[in-house]
Design a protein around this ligand. Structure first.
Ligand SMILES: *Cc1c(COP(=O)(O)O)cnc(C)c1O
Length: 449
């Protein structure tokens, strides 16, 4: 197998173009290249000890490689290393950040927005909940018990009271439990997960918006993982409707470093009401001198931020704009298609069954058996056997209390399942091979049991 290297030639060409823009006296490098070579080759050797996250046979955790254009643009920016805190440090890359943030706001249908890139989804959620706490001090933050654990932790950091809402068997927020909490009063913000990290399920935003009319609370959409799915045309109608409603929420988090083909270090927070900028007010004596334009550091909790992240995302948006019907959305719909195909195969399999029909592109499935303890044990064995067979899966612990009408005995608190995040468009093309290896691995553990 060979890695994509064509982009290295283009990077070289772009570097020549970059240097032509600086008409300055020569500087000489004192790098010891022969020592550097040794070190770099040692790094390459160490990096061989990774799972092949970039390969379609890696059908486990939520990992996908950046697009070559994102990688090359990010690296190109490294010769400058801009800091998108203040305009002085990022004359070119701060405007690029404003553009990409606007692209994302537009994708969500926001007419106005305030927002910026962040180090990732955690920081973006922290800002979303921080503003929520500024607007509704001392009122509760609620999120489903399948929401990302970051919400509970971040609420604790912000010293905001936090409560969990039950989920239904499809991993979506339970509306009965939500309304009960709303009736008890003091709920300031409902976190609506648009694509859970575990199973890719989307909370019932349409109904949550209806409840908002009655109970008056903020809605924070955590679309860190699932934010791009609104671009697809192969979702269930009900799911599409939830994504269409996202323009009505107060704040949105999306992680371009998850589905958006970016290197890690690229999250984004968006607010519908630009006047929340007032909460960020500060009086820095040294950062803002040369420009009257908005310094992104004035509306961000993080100070120094990688300008390169904005450059990588900007380049990606030029090549693959996040719009309906474009190549980016077509590739994403291949991921969804791969998930649907795996689901269909599991449905008619003698060895496996799916826990639910995937709402986005994550499939969770279990091994058929007599009781949950032995089924869990087999899932563990299969996980390891598949790895020997170069098929990389992940494990997922599903609470057995959520299982309904089972044909097997429940004798454990959790059922260990297998989980495949089919984020890479190539997963569609590779599905037969994935399925073949999955069943071969299963046959091997059956033979040894
Ligand atoms: C990944 C994820 C987060 C956390 O984001 P990081 O980028 O890992 O910091 C939060 N919420 C959801 C739904 C996620 O999938």
């Amino acid at each position: 197998m060979v890695l994509e290297k064509e982009s290295v030639k283009l990077l070289r060409q772009a570097l020549d173009k970059l240097e032509a823009g600086f008409n300055l006296p020569e500087i000489h490098s004192d790098v010891d290249y022969s020592k550097m070579e040794k070190v770099l080759l040692e790094v390459a050797e160490k990096m061989q000890n990774n799972y092949p996250y970039f390969h379609p046979l890696f059908a486990g955790q939520m990992l996908k490689p950046p697009h070559p254009v994102a990688r090359a643009a990010y690296m190109l920016a490294m010769w400058i290393n801009p800091n998108n805190h203040a305009m002085d440090g990022s004359k070119a890359s701060s405007p690029m950040e404003k553009e990409v943030v606007k692209d994302l706001a537009k994708m969500f249908g926001l007419k106005e927005h305030l927002g910026h890139l962040t180090g990732g989804g955690t920081m973006a959620n922290l800002e979303g909940l921080w503003v929520a706490g500024q607007v509704h001090p001392d009122r509760l933050i609620v999120a489903s018990d399948h929401s990302h654990y970051t919400h509970e932790r971040v609420s604790a950091v912000l010293k905001l009271p936090f409560k969990k809402i039950k989920t239904d068997q499809f991993s979506r927020m339970d509306l009965v439990d939500l309304e009960e909490k709303l009736r008890q009063g003091n709920v300031g913000t409902v976190v609506c997960t648009m694509g859970t990290t575990g199973m890719g399920s989307v909370d019932p935003l349409v109904e949550i918006l209806k409840l908002q009319q009655k109970y008056n609370f903020r809605i924070h959409a955590d679309a860190a993982y699932g934010g791009y799915f609104g671009l697809l045309d192969n979702l269930e109608d009900e799911t599409s409707e939830k994504y269409r409603s996202i323009s009505q929420v107060d704040s949105i988090v999306i992680d371009p470093h998850k589905q958006g083909l970016q290197p890690y270090g690229c999250g984004c927070i968006l607010f519908k009401d630009p006047s929340v900028a007032q909460y960020y007010l500060h009086d820095s004596p040294y950062t803002y001198f040369t420009s009257d334009d908005l310094h992104l550091g004035e509306i961000s909790l993080e100070c120094s931020r990688a300008g390169a992240s904005a450059v990588g995302l900007w380049a990606t948006h030029q090549l693959l704009p996040p719009i309906k019907g474009g190549k980016f959305s077509k590739d994403l719909s291949k991921s969804r298609n791969a998930a649907l195909r795996l689901h269909d195969k599991l449905e008619s399999s003698d060895n496996f069954f799916p826990l639910m029909k995937p709402e986005t592109d994550i499939v969770v499935y279990a091994i058929k058996g007599q009781d949950t303890l032995s089924m869990s044990e087999k899932a563990n064995q299969l996980f390891h056997k598949a790895e020997e067979n170069h098929l990389y899966l992940s494990l997922y612990k599903y609470p057995t209390a959520m299982l309904e009408n089972t044909e097997f005995e429940i004798n454990s608190e959790y059922l260990t399942c297998l989980r495949s995040c089919l984020l890479k468009p190539e997963h569609d093309e590779w599905m037969e091979e994935i399925w073949k290896r999955l069943n071969e691995s299963f046959a091997l553990i059956e033979a040894s049991n």
